[in-house]
Design a protein around this ligand. Structure first.
Ligand SMILES: Cc1cc2nc3c(=O)[nH]c(=O)nc-3n(C[C@H](O)[C@H](O)[C@H](O)COP(=O)(O)OP(=O)(O)OC[C@H]3O[C@@H](n4cnc5c(N)ncnc54)[C@H](O)[C@@H]3O)c2cc1C
Length: 467
């Protein structure tokens, strides 16, 4: 059975009730035309231009409880915004109520226990800044303006992941506002089944207002970029693949085909060695000697600095269309094809990324968390980006054609946080969860049987008797 999932609902709510909601909240309730409304509805992907009827800028869990109850009583579609980074654009709805968590920035590190309690509006930059003040960190994404919430709920990988696992593997507990407005804490000891689903199942089960993570002593690290001209990309990617195949878990190297601001196509290796600097230098020496980078920008740096290294290249507001897939293998044929196709990209803003997995990701059983894609060495990501909305067709086509060409090497498994909004369909959501999908449907049946939280990569409740 397929259920229509509208991204909008119309507002037919009594003004007095809206005023009462507004008066009860700690943060402002924004409406079209009001101060701050347009800024609040803007998200990372400039292709998404939706107009919620109401935006609740929540400051605390109580605000979220009230907005969830209100939306439920009034039959409004809700969307939930953490950092607003997801390219699918599900953080914003048309005509419904957007629960905007971005004002919720509380964070408290417990240095002795090596844990942190972090509210859902934090970005990785804010999170890392505070944790690094204590010499600590946990796995987070590579671009520091990304929200901790959406990233963690979809799984969350990053440069520390081969050392410490996914962001969700470091989750100890989460406070969640459920679809009926009740608040629970989910952890290995309380609501353990919900806790399992939150670690990869996205926003399907409730609104998480804060996360508690395990931290690790991190930094300084050996990190930065090695740059090569596009003409040498095929050889360097072979060396990259061989280097990664035997590298220890402390080493993470991602490869990015991109265009410099000066217009030159290059291959960048993004390197992070999370261990003693001398050991990292010794490990990297053969790779540096074999590949002779055009520019060698790898040096001892603070982890926090590493996490902002590529930020400038990822501003909010560009047109974004992403396609991705885990790869079952990375043979020469795949490398050559990707390098050749990248040369024909219609936009200098586009990039192709090979994200290294393995290490600690693999040491967690595929059914231990809702995120189950633990076996693959690489995730392959096409970031198609351009400025003028009129250029959409050729940029989308380029990404789709490249993705089609790579299909013979694909694992049939996709990272939920890279899925498009809506167009990819239910089969791709299944591909994001594989064998864990049925258990997620059973959880949805228990925690959100009416699919109140549906503006996400939606796990639809199972068919109900008499429905
Ligand atoms: C430039 C860029 C770089 C990225 N790099 C990485 C990376 O290195 N590693 C990685 O793993 N991923 C990466 N991603 C993908 C990223 O994990 C997702 O886009 C993620 O959803 C972003 O989280 P957010 O809170 O910013 O997003 P939002 O758009 O705010 O949220 C995405 C969805 O998550 C749900 N959600 C958000 N907050 C909550 C909450 N508190 N409670 C319940 N549901 C919620 C909602 O369904 C929402 O629609 C990157 C994305 C971009 C655009």
């Amino acid at each position: 059975m397929t259920v229509e999932v509208p991204a909008h609902s119309t507002l037919a709510v009594d003004e007095a009730m809206i005023a009462a909601l507004a008066a009860s909240l700690g943060g402002p309730l924004l409406r079209p035309g009001g101060d701050g409304y347009d800024a609040a509805r803007q998200i990372f992907n400039g292709m998404i231009d939706r107009r919620p009827a109401l935006i609740a800028r929540c400051t605390a869990t109580g605000d979220v409880v009230k907005t969830v109850r209100f939306a439920r009583e009034q039959g409004l579609v809700v969307s939930v915004r953490g950092g607003g980074h997801n390219v699918a654009g599900n953080a914003v709805c048309d005509g419904g109520l957007m629960i905007d968590l971005s004002p919720m920035k509380g964070i408290r590190v417990d240095p002795a226990a090596r844990t942190v309690r972090a509210q859902a509006g934090l970005t990785w930059r804010e999170f890392d800044r505070e944790c690094q003040a204590f010499g600590l960190a946990s796995t987070g994404g590579l671009i520091s303006s990304t929200g901790i919430a959406g990233l963690t709920l979809g799984g969350g990988f990053g440069l520390l992941g081969r050392s410490y696992g996914m962001a969700c593997d470091n989750l100890i507990s989460a406070d969640v506002v459920l679809a009926d407005g009740t608040v629970v804490t989910a952890s290995a000891d309380e609501h353990a089944d919900l806790f399992w689903g939150l670690r990869g199942g996205g926003g399907n089960f409730g609104v998480v207002t804060s996360f508690e993570y395990r931290l690790h002593p991190v930094g300084p690290i050996l990190g930065g970029m090695l740059l090569y001209p596009h003409e040498r990309a095929k050889d360097v990617l072979r060396a990259f693949r061989e280097f990664n195949a035997s590298a220890p878990d402390a080493s993470s190297v991602f490869a990015v085909l991109m265009t410099t601001p000066e217009g030159a196509q290059v291959l960048a290796l993004i390197v992070c060695y999370n261990g003693p600097i001398e050991q990292g230098e010794a490990l990297l020496r053969p790779l540096r000697e074999r590949t002779s980078p055009l520019d060698d920008l790898v040096a001892p740096i603070r982890y926090e600095q590493m996490q902002t290294l590529t930020d400038e290249g990822f501003p909010f507001g560009l047109q974004n269309y992403w396609k991705s897939e885990f790869l079952k293998k990375l043979p020469d044929e795949a490398i050559d094809l990707v390098v050749d196709r990248f040369a024909a990209t219609p936009s200098p803003l586009s990039a192709v990324v090979l994200e290294q997995f393995g290490g600690a990701y693999r040491r967690v059983a595929p059914d231990a968390t809702a995120f189950g894609h633990r076996d693959w060495d690489y995730n392959f990501l096409i970031i198609s980006r351009w400025e003028d909305p009129a250029d959409a067709d050729r940029n989308v086509r380029w990404a789709r054609d490249l993705w089609d060409a790579v299909r013979p090497f694909a694992a049939g498994a996709v990272y939920v946080n890279y899925l498009e909004g809506g167009q990819e369909g239910a089969s791709r959501i299944r591909a994001a969860y594989g064998a864990n999908y049925d258990r997620l449907v059973a959880l949805k049946d228990r925690f959100d049987p009416t699919n109140f939280f549906r503006l996400n990569q939606n796990i639809q409740p199972g068919p109900r008797p008499n429905a």
